[in-house]
Design a binder for this molecule. Sequence first.
Ligand code: COI
Length: 356
Amino acid sequence: MNVKKRPVSKLPEVDFSNLGFGKYYGDHMLLRRYVNGTWQESEILPYGDILLSPANITLHYAQSIFEGMKAFRGEDGIVRLFRPEQNFARLNRSAERMAIPRIDEKKTLEELIELITLDQDFTPPHLGSSLYIRPFIFATDPTLGVKISETYYFMIITTPVDAYYGRNLQTVGIYATKEFTRAAPGGTGHVKAAANYAQSLYAAKKAQQKGYKQIMWLDGLEHKYVDEVGTMNIMFVIDDTLVTPTLKQGTILAGITRESVLQLAKDLGWKVEERKIAFKEIIKAAKKGSLQECFGTGTAATIAPVGRIGYDDGEDIVINNNEVGPYAKTMYEALLGIQYGKRKDPYGWTVEIKKD
Ligand code: COI
């Protein structure tokens, strides 16, 4: 792979004590073009702007997909990726649905490792912060015809970040809406299409105006069942059982953190259920006192405890006095323990990056 290095690093400009999310970028980016029916050789280039035609088809019709993964720096100084092969497998599932050509997962992982090895110094040193990695593919044909593009860019960029909802484990409020729909069977809810996020912004703004951080989406057919939250999957603890919506309807993103949390929960001896969850059941459980906790899971969000759920026709559901509960805390420690190399990694989820 051709590597063109940035002559002077931007690392000294990064304020590691206040990273936010997507404020700083690594020195380099990976770029691979799709032309003449095949993916070309990748290059690593200095991070920077790219030139696009105003008729770029993605700008108009959103034939674009992405992934989110992270690298973590442990107390031992070692940088580790977390289940990156799962992200590339999902990227290919998204590609299939959005009529984008598939990538070679093994080769892409090798190239990612080369990029992260080069920019590993951008990985923050403290627990909860990480190097967020954004692989994405978008169509590049310069045409206004509504059609499958014949050319694409695959890129990877990196950004040192705090957890999406803040550095410390803290509760957020979410709003369950019947007014808007994220996904319906047969749609693109199960893949990471950029357009899924664009269409969610208006509903999220409405929720934020009401004082909540994010929308909790209910199913698109009846608005009765819980699907997921703006930027994460959602889990409840009811009667000491961890309950999360099933992926069977094909409307929910198959989160890699979601799947990891379900595995760790079973290992911790928790009862786990993946099934349809009526929002009414959540209201009932809250009234009965059996709704103990609720938390979101996601690459960006990590474990995000939910302290309050608002909805259209009732009083807010307050969970665990709007405080972080023991289940969320235990899971946070179990998951981050593996990601930061503090705990045993029984499933080989982490990939160590060698020092450059
Ligand atoms: C992630 O968790 O990586 C996501 O993709 C959510 C992102 C849109 C902030």
